[in-house]
Design a protein around this ligand. Structure first.
Ligand code: NAD
Length: 499
């Protein structure tokens, strides 16, 4: 049987020339290679950027009404095909069907937000700033924008970027993760079906070679990146060195503080859902539970009981709650962290390393793992694990817990569980993290707020989507205007003063 090859999408169609290099695309539940993905050379990237650049010359002048209509049509198509998109996500990423549908729906919300561009991109107008002089500002697109995205949300994270970038009048070149590329091509087809002109949205698949060309290409005006912290830092430094506007969202180590007065059943539900959902492969996953005072003793049995009931299986199997990890190397890396936690003296309460899934012997599965008595100097506390491993760290006081969070170099998401309004208020005021949940374990902001961490979780000045997204994808122009009036004739070398 010939294997399916996933290729680029340039100038409104599938790229038809064979690639020099390919990557393997696995089904993580079976461990088998199910497709090959073409890797773009710098010259293929150049073709995509050229197509986007040509399209940008006209797309920027397409009316807001027309752009909005196309986005509305795209919104309808994504909604209609949400089960097809979710199916592709499960096949290549491994996440279970319900989780995949959740991903598509959170992406859909950003498309819906982008449909409001008419209001979002409005400028300002001041009449009579001086005698018969008016002043106003307009927001204009940047030109060609590139997006580089991670494997863990292959539909939603690109949707954090391109709907708004296109709505603002930019054209787009997306370099999605090479590990689960199919969903991006599906969306490219939907955009074309919605009426998007050729060249406005392009996809290049590949690895560092493609990314590096985008970062240095003189016709790429801006780069949105989401991925791990070392690569985010590299993208930010390289992109800005080449004169581009860059926003680069990085990795995370999200804490959930539980105070002794919290509703412990609710906190246990939240810790298990946010710790093991998507097998912990979420940048907003809870990875450390900071139990204050006697909270740990109350929580531990409740969490253990819930973990024991989790159904780990192929994401397509009915009733599965947690699927496999993305590939064998990552599965082994996460299992290696569990080994190191044991070696460094943490108490392994639940060990998922030996988990076998019936009929899926080659799948990249790792069962949920739970550690107690984790210390801040341990590797499992310091590193982003990005797998189904939850650590409990015991703290003597609330102040100590906040200090721990604030000393961590990552600052993406954080949550507090309490019934004390004063404690919650102190938390939102003092905690140095970009996204805060109060009795909400995964505080991913709605599309009309913006998403982004602080410190090593984001490089750049703008968060992604929401109003920050509109600002990132546009630049303002301020116009000062006076209609010719004979009263204002005459040479005057003085600096203009407002009268
Ligand atoms: P990654 O950093 O390995 O890859 C992200 C993108 O960068 C991919 O498209 C990849 O092809 C490219 N890339 C990888 N290595 C590169 C290199 N050396 N040079 C140039 N480009 C390179 O991330 P991943 O493993 O795909 O995704 C998981 C990571 O993403 C985790 O760290 C997670 O926390 C993070 N993430 C962060 C957010 C957020 O909003 N902050 C959201 C999702 C995921």
């Amino acid at each position: 049987m010939t294997q399916k090859t996933i290729t680029h999408w340039i100038d409104g169609k599938s790229f038809d020339r064979p690639a020099e290099r390919h990557g393997d695309v696995y089904n993580p539940a079976t461990g088998q290679v199910q497709a090959k993905v073409a890797f773009a050379t710098p010259s293929v990237v150049d073709e995509a950027v050229e197509s986007a650049w040509k399209a940008a010359q006209t797309w920027r002048s397409v009316s807001i009404a027309r752009r909005t209509k196309i986005l509305f049509a795209f919104r309808q198509l994504v909604d209609k095909h949400q089960h097809d998109l979710a199916h592709l996500l499960t096949l290549e990423h491994g996440k279970v069907t319900g989780d995949a549908l959740g991903e598509v729906n959170r992406g859909l919300e950003v498309i819906e937000f982008a449909c409001g561009i008419a209001d979002l991109a409005k400028g300002e107008y001041s009449e009579n700033v001086s005698s018969d002089v008016d002043s106003y500002s307009i927001r204009q697109p940047l030109g060609v924008v590139a997006g580089i995205t991670p494997f863990n949300f292959p539909a939603m994270v690109p949707m954090w970027m391109y709907p708004l970038a296109l709505a603002c009048g930019n054209t787009f070149v997306l370099k999605p993760s090479e590990r689960d590329p199919s969903v991006t091509n599906f969306c490219a087809q939907l955009l074309a079906d919605a009426g998007l002109p050729p060249g406005v949205f392009n996809v290049v698949h590949g690895d560092k070679a493609a990314v590096d060309r985008l970062l240095e290409h003189p016709k790429v005006a801006a780069v949105s990146f989401v991925g791990s912290t070392p690569i985010a830092r590299y993208i930010y430094e390289t992109g800005t060195r080449h004169g581009k506007r860059v926003q680069a969202l990085g990795g995370a180590k999200n804490h959930m503080i539980v105070l002794p007065d919290a509703d412990m059943e609710l906190a246990a539900d939240a810790a298990v859902s946010a710790g093991y959902g998507s097998a912990g492969e979420r940048c907003m996953a809870i990875s450390v539970l900071v139990a204050v005072g006697n909270a740990a003793d109350k929580l531990l049995p409740l969490i253990k009981e819930r973990i024991a009931k989790l159904k780990v299986n192929d994401g397509l199997t009915a009733g599965a709650e947690m699927g496999p990890l993305i590939n064998q190397a990552h599965r082994d890396k996460v299992a290696g962290y569990v080994d190191s936690g044991v070696a460094e003296g943490a108490t392994l309460v639940t060990d998922g390393r030996g988990l076998q899934v019936a009929d899926r012997p080659g799948g990249f599965f790792l069962g949920p793992c739970l550690f107690d008595h984790v210390q801040p100097n341990m590797t499992i506390y310091k590193d982003e694990i990005f797998g189904p491993v939850l650590s409990i760290l015991r703290c003597g006081s609330y102040d100590e817990a906040i200090k721990l969070v604030n000393e961590n170099p990552y600052a993406n998401g954080v949550a507090l569980f309490t019934n004390d309004g004063g404690a919650a208020r102190k938390f939102q005021h003092e905690v140095e993290v970009g996204m805060v949940g109060i009795n909400v374990p995964i505080p991913v902001p709605m599309a009309y707020y913006s998403f982004g961490g602080w410190k090593a979780s984001l490089f750049g000045d703008h968060h992604i989507y929401g109003r920050d997204g509109v600002h990132f994808y546009t630049r303002t122009k301020a116009v000062t205007s006076r209609w010719p009036d004979p009263r204002f004739r005459g040479v005057d070398l003085g600096f203009p003063q407002n009268k």
